[in-house]
Design a protein around this ligand. Structure first.
Ligand SMILES: [Zn+2]
Length: 464
């Protein structure tokens, strides 16, 4: 794989955009510590106020032509279109960021909330996830509106405030639009942001980038066992730890089957001409007939395994005894599931109850979402996004795919059949993996500028 900049094209377009000012806005945004805790009493909402003030100050044309509303702490900007027969588009991202793991602050080259601009990068928490998209969307809209360009389609710029925790901001934004009778042509949300080697799909040396059509479901299943403890010499019936351990083993010992979901079928279809490695090269000649074999092959490899099955990850265990000769009292564990297309949280619960088969183990969901719908790729949204991306990234195959993580986009499914997840701010794949939620999160300035160009182009195409 070449360095990511080798794939950049048409960087000379929109030369009149003030790129230094754009970097300055994002730098200032990074300095707002918009960490939203699930327990809101811990959240400092004045940091969100600062971020929103920055939006209002920095994008006068957006504020002049659009209406700026707060739904709770979520932002909804409506830029009215001139042609009401066309469906609106919605460009989204989230204002909140994850905290810096305590004790790792010193490991950062530049402090995480400094917004430092150094060595060709913008540094800090939120430069990859995902203030660059919030401010990139605003820069793109400002660029067009300040030059007298009008929008034929109404554009919504929608920025939730709690994507990393509860997703309620995006939910209330979507409900507000639903109540107003809005049906959207497409939604563009965060996702991917990498150009990668196609080796993952049996197409080594081919640069690929994914447009995610769906996101897997998410469930935190709590398992708890009650016990009053006692002397470890009298463990009749088994300790709470034993019951819990057996339950976890029962669940992980009964994995969900491998199945090729629609977005992965689409990915293999798009890549088929480039796949050179066996067994995939032969298998993708007839994807419908070989779907089970392709799924089984993907399931055998660590990188592709999460794309073809509901994954099971025990993550939390609490309540073990601190003394070797004392039986533990109440204990709990959490297993995190990421659900494949076609599986539901209800089925996962039933499955776990059946394989555990122990009434002493009490099961409940702390949080549970079914997998999202799969976005259309035969409509306007997918076509325009691909065209905008191809303008600015050469020799890259854009591939429909899915995300194993969770985003806000699914909240808009009630009013949109084309929720696309793709950040156009392409950085080195390894850097993105390390930086998102990690140490030394940073975005190359060139990637920031290039992503803004994609968004401007997309807004132009959507309003031709
Ligand atoms: Zn994010």
């Amino acid at each position: 794989m070449n360095p990511v900049f080798d794939y950049f094209a048409n960087e000379d377009l929109y030369p009149d955009l003030d790129w230094d000012a754009a970097a300055g806005h994002l730098s200032e945004a990074i300095r707002c510590r918009t960490i939203n805790h699930a327990d809101h009493s811990l959240t400092d909402f004045t940091e969100f106020d600062r971020l929103q003030d920055l939006m209002r100050r920095s994008f006068p044309a957006v504020l002049q032509h659009g209406t700026f509303e707060l739904i709770g702490h979520a932002v909804l900007i409506t830029i009215p279109g001139t042609d009401s027969s066309l469906r609106p588009c919605l460009y989204m991202a989230h204002q909140d960021v994850v905290p810096v793991v305590s004790g790792t602050e010193q490991d950062w080259t530049n402090p995480p909330f400094s917004g430092a601009i150094a060595d060709g990068f913008l540094w800090g928490r939120g430069t990859l996830d995902i203030k660059e998209m919030v401010f990139g969307i605003l820069e793109a809209a400002e660029y067009l509106l300040s030059r007298g360009r009008s929008f034929r389609r109404t554009a919504y710029l929608a920025f939730g405030d709690d994507e990393e925790t509860l997703n309620l901001g995006a939910l209330s934004l979507a409900r507000t639009l639903e109540e107003r009778g809005v049906r959207l042509e497409f939604v563009l949300d965060e996702g991917n942001g990498k150009i990668e080697d196609g080796a993952l799909f049996g197409a080594p040396q081919k640069a690929i980038s994914m447009i995610d059509l769906m996101e897997k479901g998410y469930a935190d299943l709590e398992l708890s066992v009650e016990s009053t403890g006692g002397h470890s010499s009298r463990p009749f019936g088994g300790s709470s730890l034993e019951h819990l351990a057996r339950a976890i083993t029962a669940v992980t010992g009964a994995p969900f089957p491998a199945r090729l979901p629609q977005p992965m079928r689409a990915a293999f279809e798009a890549l088929a001409p480039h796949i050179t490695e066996e067994p995939l090269r032969s298998l993708v000649q007839d994807i419908p007939a070989n779907a089970a074999e392709i799924a089984a092959y993907c399931a055998s490899r660590p990188e592709t395994f999460p794309f073809v099955t509901t994954t099971i990850a025990p993550t939390v265990i609490e309540g073990g005894s601190s003394a070797c000769n004392v039986l533990p009292q109440n204990m709990r564990a959490v297993i995190n599931f990421r659900l494949n297309e076609g599986d539901t949280t209800e089925q996962v619960m039933e499955h776990c109850r059946a394989v555990i088969g122990n009434e002493r183990v009490y099961l409940r969901y702390l949080q549970a979402n079914d997998p999202s719908a799969t976005a259309r790729r035969d409509g306007t949204g997918y076509r325009l996004l691909t065209e905008a991306l191809q303008t600015f990234f050469r020799d890259v195959v854009f591939v429909p795919a899915m995300t194993t993580g969770a985003t806000d986009a699914h909240q808009y499914e009630c009013i949109c059949d084309t929720c696309l997840r793709c950040s156009p701010f392409m950085a080195e794949a390894e850097e993105v993996r390390r930086g998102v939620h990690g140490t030394d999160e940073r975005l190359p300035l060139r990637s920031y500028a290039q992503g803004i160009r994609v968004l401007i182009r997309l807004m132009e195409l959507a309003n031709l």
